[in-house]
Ligand binder design. Structure first.
Ligand SMILES: [Zn+2]
Length: 187
């Protein structure tokens, strides 16, 4: 009979939880009777109590790239986290589209005109001092990628999706997290 067994006595497994993003040592969960727990198991996260499924090297849900950013308005934060989660389930094109929407919203929240193209908003962010001087190469790359995808449906890779999430993370830190952390100047 092939059924699930409690693996509490088998020892702990270190993992980064795909739900809460915390590095934990899980001691509770289940494995398939007759199959080694390293091959197939379900591990409970001691931090958030949610289950992660391991099947060989596959981890579901996977680890979302990027880091959490503080002091971000709810709507923006939702898009950022959605884009990260898309990558964790290999939905790269969906992640890229979500990141683009996020960057557009960000530019509009910083007083850019509405109803423009993605490239317009990337240029707006770059020209208005939201990108550090040595980030120009990065902006050019994102612009080029954005143009490519405007006229045809292009399959996006993990690399494309992770790049945009990193870019969004940097902007969110500049626009929301750091200003909220640094005390206002006394002058
Ligand atoms: Zn967790």
């Amino acid at each position: 009979m092939n059924h699930w067994e409690d693996l509490s006595n088998i020892g702990s497994k270190e993992l980064v939880c795909g739900y809460c993003g915390v590095f934990v040592a899980s001691v509770t969960g289940f494995y398939r009777n007759g199959i080694h727990p390293n091959v197939c198991s379900l591990r409970i996260c001691p931090n958030c109590q949610k289950p992660t499924f391991f099947n060989g090297y596959e981890q579901v849900p996977g680890i979302a790239p990027g880091n959490s950013v503080e002091s971000v308005p709810n709507e923006v934060s939702k898009l950022y986290n959605e884009s990260r989660r898309c990558i964790s389930i290999n939905a790269f094109t969906a992640s890229v589209l979500t990141s683009r929407k996020l960057l557009m919203n960000l530019a509009v929240s910083e007083k850019a005109e509405t109803g423009k193209s993605f490239i317009f908003y990337v240029n707006f962010l770059a020209e208005n001092g939201y990108v550090p001087p040595n980030g120009k190469g990065w902006v050019d790359h994102i612009r080029k990628k954005g143009n490519e995808a405007t006229h045809e449906i292009v399959d996006m890779t993990r690399e494309d999706a992770v790049e945009l999430v990193s870019f969004a993370e940097m902007l969110l830190k500049f626009i929301y997290e750091f200003p909220a952390r640094i005390p206002p100047s006394d002058s």
